[in-house]
Design a protein around this ligand. Sequence first.
Ligand SMILES: C=C(O[C@@H]1C=C(C(=O)O)C=C[C@H]1O)C(=O)O
Length: 120
Amino acid sequence: MTSRESDATPSTDDSVRAELGALRDSIDNIDAAVVHMLAERFKCTQRVGRLKADHQLPPADPAREARQIARLRELAHDAKLDPAFAEKLLNFIIAEVIRHHEQIASDSLPPDEPPGAGVR
Ligand SMILES: C=C(O[C@@H]1C=C(C(=O)O)C=C[C@H]1O)C(=O)O
């Protein structure tokens, strides 16, 4: 056994390791892009949450969500991505957004009056 063979497992030669490394570099770049895109999306949705709270609009908009899901399923299908997975992912993100909107709305409520306030 040569010294080069000794530090590789029997089925992973240098070219396999190089290909795995290159693919993982691309995966890491894609994951970084996903994080940056999600951060931008949440910046927008936080502003929507503020707008809704300021104008007493409800945190969730199920009709808008239905349109988004139908659109995303179609895009996923065309991109050969499982539409059910795309729908689950969007629902997961939207649930977090709605949680933020509920928090913004409740933080915007006037503080509770102390017990007995207003009673004479
Ligand atoms: C961002 C909004 O609020 C909620 C979150 C949505 C989203 O994350 O895309 C879509 C609809 C709403 O339930 C909105 O109304 O546009």
